[in-house]
Design a protein around this ligand. Sequence first.
Ligand code: DUC
Ligand code: ZN
Ligand code: ZN
Length: 470
Amino acid sequence: MSQVLIRGGRIVTAVDDYHGDLLIENGRIEAIARHLDVPDAEIHDATGLLVMPGGIDVHTHMEGEQGPAMNCDTYASGTVSAAFGGTTTIVDFAYQNKGDGAKKTVEERLALADPQVCIDYSFHLILTDVNPDTLAELPDLINTEGISSFKMFMAYPDILMVDDASIYRTMSRVRDHGGMVNLHAENGAVIQVLIEEALAEGRTDPKYHGYTRPRLMEAEATHRAIRLAELAEIPVYIVHLSAPEALEMVVQARDRGVHAFAETCPHYLFLDKTEYDRPGFDAAKYVMTPPLREHDCQHHLWRGLRFDDLQLVATDHCPFCFNEQPLGLKYSKRIGADDFSKIPNGAPGVELRLVLLYDGGVKTGKINLNRFVQLTATAPAKMFGLFPQKGTIAVGSDADLVLFNPEKKQVLSAATHHSQVDYSLFEGREVTGKVEKVFSRGRLIVDGDRFLGQAGQGQFLKRGASGRIL
Ligand code: DUC
Ligand code: ZN
Ligand code: ZN
């Protein structure tokens, strides 16, 4: 029997905060007490450290195609990067190619990810082809495979966008089985007009990515998504919310009693649209969707996080290299060198979520430590059917743990991160707080700068119902 004892740390969950010892047996938390003596256990001294549930990032894109481009992390490199950032579970995406069935899509993704991942994982299924056959497969996918969340795009016409009827049909189909629909909420048709107008006027620079995706069109689609869910009587989850006007739609819906939920991402909390003023092609590093917004939007997002109008923070880690070499043009932002609308949309961040939120949220007093755990681990677990196996520190839960040094300073840089991406959105930023040790099911996988995990050790998680968080 493998036994691990974590001694003397400050144990923090979404509701607790106390000093104590933790005993792990066979990957699960076996006992928690003020003092534990287990002579044969592997002992880790956590004096001066926070002991928190491993982070759960419910929005990552590892390995694979995004239109003509390819993400530059594999499941191996991306999950190592996640682990160094204190994240012990990801919910990534299985992307349905048009013509493919739902189950086939998930099975193929599993076969790709499973030998590579070093932390536990699941998928949301991205639906691009909502036909009767696909719809008929969804209840079984929820009930037998534990895939209980389905993402659709209201943007990117002719590529990813589905119409309102498809969204409504999906909602109606999965409602009675514990399913939830996640939406990329932007009005794709109108945005396409704005893009065509900009290009016709010769506006091809990366900054026009931001100008052609207005906040109002995020709000419009958020409103539409919520109203469809209201009609279908199903919970709805808005991914990567960035605009206060969209947040207002969520707030109003929640006030009406609708189960509307939303996530935001670190880049919207800490960066703003002035990044698009960078000279030359440098601004392409910040081409993600929705784009970075005006600085004062950050205040609204923090307010949302504090008062639970926004339920959690996920990264939308979707890395493309800035430079063409060494991976090649199709892994690079340079695909869009002459046309902003061709720049692959997405940015890296899976390794930085905990440290950024700690430094910019807890240290600044915007949120407290319990809320920090809620936003990074507990709410994601509850939202997507993983609680209480994941997302907390309790007897019987998986021993996915982060030992976090709350005082240590570090400078963020692409030179020291573990993703294959060649830039950082936060290059040179000094932050306080550092992940010291990470345990996945009781196994030490990160110890300072050393990675001790193994590709393939992560387990696929069959999830319960999504969106039943109250
Ligand atoms: N939406 C995402 O969720 N990720 C990458 C790009 C996008 O538009
Ligand atoms: Zn999206
Ligand atoms: Zn995404």
